[in-house]
Each structure stands twice: as structure tokens, then as C-alpha cells.
Design a protein around this ligand. Structure first.
Ligand SMILES: [Zn+2]
Length: 200
């Protein structure tokens, strides 16, 4: 393709990019659109844990309803974040590939400070990570997030204590949660996941 054609296509793409950016900014400023898409002001979420939790819950509502807007994932945001970050929440969750916090809560770059281990087992580094988020970055909300069908908790139910390898750290940390079960109405796996959360 001749150089002048490539330049013209690039110019058109950049013009379209600018138009798309303006359109997006107008959309985000529209009160009705914000209401329809459950938008919580980011500054409010950063300043107040109540609004931070609301922002996560409404983002999850978008995800559940198939209305994710995938906010703050463009080049401008990435450039801005190169100067610093101010996430509005800390998430302590499982490493499971099916529970990525940014996707589940429909958030973007710079929004969530996340620490994940299998079965959301806490380690010294996990506590340090949470302290850093709270003390240095100023997040005011910490969410401990468990999930259904957790493979780590399921393994802790099925495997004996002290299995070989580093996995022993996970299994032995989760096992106490599985031993408080006494045949209540929900299944053992669901019960044990909730126990891992209540003991954090
Ligand atoms: Zn899990």
C-alpha cells in the first residue's frame, strides 16, 4: 500500500479515535446513562468505604446482567496511571482463573488492589499487601472474596493433612474450616468456603 494511503488511514483512525473519546466522555457525563448503568462516582468510592462497596456491587450487577462497560481500560488511563495509583478497594481473593476481580466487578486499571492465593489462604505477604494498600495507597475498603466450586477448598476436604510439596501450606490452612461442619443443610464445600471467609 502506498505511504500516502497508510498515512490517510492512520489520520482517519486517529480522528475516529478522538471522536470515540469525545462520545465516551459525553456518555459518562450523562446522568441518565449513569443511572441506567449503575455508575458510582469514583472519588466518592475512594473517600468512603460505603460508596466503595456500592461501586463494587453495582459493577457486579452490570456483569451479572451482561451490561459490563469495561471502564478505565484505554491508553489515556494507562498513561495517567504511570504517574501513580489510587485504587478505591482492596480485594483478598482466590487465585482461581474464574474469579478475576476486575472482570467480576466490572472495574478497570488502577481501581482495585488485589491479593490472591488459592483458597484465599492468608500468608505473611498477604497481610503486608493489605497493609500497603491501606497505609500507603489509602484504600478504605477490604473485601475478602470466596467463591463456589473452589478447587483449593475442595482439595482441603479430600486430601489428608500434610500432603507433600508446598501445597501443604494451602491444605493445612484450609482444613480447620472443613472440620467445623456437622451436617447442616448446605453442602460441605459451600460451608467450608464460607468458613474460610469468616475466619479472616
Ligand atoms: Zn478458589
Amino acid at each position: 500500500m502506498p505511504a500516502h494511503c497508510i498515512n490517510r488511514r492512520l489520520a482517519l483512525a486517529q480522528r475516529d479515535g478522538q471522536a470515540a473519546k469525545k462520545e465516551k466522555e459525553a456518555l459518562y457525563a450523562d446522568p441518565q446513562w449513569r443511572k441506567d448503568n449503575y455508575i458510582i462516582n469514583r472519588d466518592s468510592a475512594g473517600a468512603n468505604p460505603y460508596f466503595a462497596l456500592q461501586k463494587l456491587m453495582w459493577g457486579n450487577k452490570r456483569f451479572v446482567e451482561g451490561k459490563s462497560i469495561h471502564p478505565r481500560q484505554d491508553a489515556d488511563v494507562i498513561n495517567t496511571l504511570s504517574k501513580g495509583q489510587a485504587p478505591f478497594a482492596t480485594i483478598v481473593g482466590c487465585s482461581d482463573s474464574r474469579v478475576s476481580a476486575e472482570i467480576l466487578f466490572d472495574q478497570g486499571f488502577g481501581d482495585l488492589f488485589v491479593t490472591r492465593t488459592a483458597g484465599q489462604v492468608m500468608a505473611q505477604a498477604s497481610y503486608g499487601t493489605i497493609e500497603f494498600a491501606s497505609g500507603v495507597l489509602g484504600t478504605k475498603l477490604i473485601v475478602v472474596l470466596g467463591h463456589s466450586y473452589c478447587g483449593a477448598v475442595d482439595a482441603a476436604i479430600k486430601l489428608p493433612e500434610n500432603p507433600p510439596g508446598h501445597v501443604v501450606t494451602l491444605i493445612n490452612s484450609i482444613k480447620p474450616a472443613t472440620k467445623r461442619y456437622f451436617g447442616i443443610s448446605e453442602n460441605l464445600l459451600d460451608f467450608a468456603v464460607k468458613q474460610t471467609l469468616s475466619t479472616k
